[in-house]
Design a protein around this ligand. Structure first.
Ligand SMILES: Nc1ncnc2c1ncn2[C@@H]1O[C@H](COP(=O)(O)OP(=O)(O)O)[C@@H](O)[C@H]1O
Ligand SMILES: [Mg+2]
Length: 369
């Protein structure tokens, strides 16, 4: 049987570059090699694409950069220079780029232009799932409970920081979370307890995005995450509880310290877990997501109030990342999960092929214009 060629796109011009490399290495190692042939496609921190990763090291000479154009007639990404973009066609792409220029719809856009199937969310879902401001607006319109927050632009902040600091303090109480609107892995996030920390947090977040989210902190919150899998028919995993080793689940806690605990299934009452799983499906549908997503929640322990924090359309995907672990505990192994995602990618693609892109118009009298 002919192997399915899977193009794994990873790295990327993003604060989550390293995480993406680890996700890709994990998939490379685990994927069923009798069924799939993997073509690794690395994007460096400058956003340049490189091929042939995996032999020696990641660093490549600039002559090995490849500039790819979408060719919808061949359903391929084609290289305009002499380096051949591998021999033969890639059947399905697996974008494993977390964060900007990958999880935000940009790579998805390139693949759409080329008419190629790919794993996970499409352009709109990727973009809204990446933007904490747009995401919250959609969640609110679906009646999902979100934390109180403000959205600020860094250019306004730079002009009149004092005014905004006062406005934030009038609306919210400490602790206050300051986040870049479009990022992940807690990069650029500050939990501010004082005005000085708030000012510093605004400065840090402004370095990562033009738009910032300033959010009411839920103190001593419990963090529950749920994995969703599917296109139109959705399945949810059991919930997992994250117990950060630090004051909140920051970058260090997520990837470096290894001290944060993940308890699966989350020790919460069944009615709360059912409610959260239902909300996870609503959140997934609300942004018109496909393939996979991890949906994160906070529970305020005193009242058991639940808040949805975010949806991640391209969650960390190493074998020990939360998304695969939640599925493993729900009966879907990492190997099977990769399989399922590739099948879902093809299903979505075939569905899309049924969409008409032509309309018999009489607007133009002839072909020349
Ligand atoms: N409103 C909040 N109250 C309490 N903790 C929060 C709040 N928002 C975020 N956090 C903490 O910060 C972490 C990262 O925030 P999140 O919005 O999920 O950003 P990212 O997209 O970078 O993961 C969460 O996992 C949680 O520990
Ligand atoms: Mg998060």
């Amino acid at each position: 049987m002919k192997k399915i060629r899977v193009g794994i796109i990873f790295g990327g011009k993003s604060g989550e570059h390293e995480v993406s490399i680890i996700s890709a290495q994990s998939v490379l190692k685990a994927i069923n090699k009798t069924k799939y042939e993997v073509v690794p496609i690395f994007i460096n921190k400058k956003g340049q694409w490189q091929i042939d990763f995996g032999r020696k090291k990641l660093e490549r000479k600039s002559s090995n950069y490849i500039y790819l154009l979408p060719d919808p007639t061949k359903k391929e990404l084609v290289s305009k220079d002499k380096i051949k973009f591998n021999q033969g066609k890639i059947d399905v792409f697996f974008p494993l780029v977390h964060g900007t220029y990958g999880e935000d719809g940009s790579i998805q856009g390139l693949l759409e232009l080329a008419g190629l199937p790919y794993v996970g969310a499409g352009i709109a879902a990727s973009a809204t799932g990446m933007d904490k401001d747009l995401m919250k607006k959609i969640f609110r319109s679906e009646g999902l409970p979100i934390t109180k927050h403000l959205v600020l632009l860094r250019k306004d902040l730079r002009l009149n920081q004092q005014r905004f600091t006062k406005m934030i303090e009038a609306e919210l109480t400490y602790p206050i979370f300051v986040k870049p609107a479009n990022l992940g892995s807690s990069v650029g996030i500050t939990k501010a307890h004082t005005r000085a920390e708030l000012v510093q947090g605004l400065k840090v977040a402004s370095e990562y995005d033009r738009k910032l989210i300033v959010e009411q902190g839920i103190d001593k919150a419990r963090e529950i995450e749920v994995a969703v899998l599917g296109n139109d028919e959705l399945e949810t995993s059991v919930g997992g509880e994250i117990v950060p080793s630090k004051e909140f689940y920051d970058y260090e806690d997520k990837y470096i310290l290894g001290k944060a605990k993940l308890i699966i299934p989350a020790p919460i009452r069944k009615n709360i877990s059912d409610k959260i799983r239902k909300m996870a499906k609503t959140a997934f549908k609300s942004i018109d997501c496909s393939g996979m997503a991890r949906v994160d929640f906070l529970i305020y322990p005193k009242t058991n109030e639940v808040y949805i924090v975010e949806i991640n359309t391209n969650p960390g995907f190493t074998a020990i990342s939360i998304y695969p672990k939640l599925w493993e505990a729900s009966g879907v192994s990492y190997l099977k999960l990769i399989d399922r995602l590739i099948i879902l990618a093809m299903e979505r693609y075939n569905d899309k092929l049924q969409t008409k892109t032509e309309f018999p118009s009489k607007l133009l009298k002839n072909e020349s214009f």
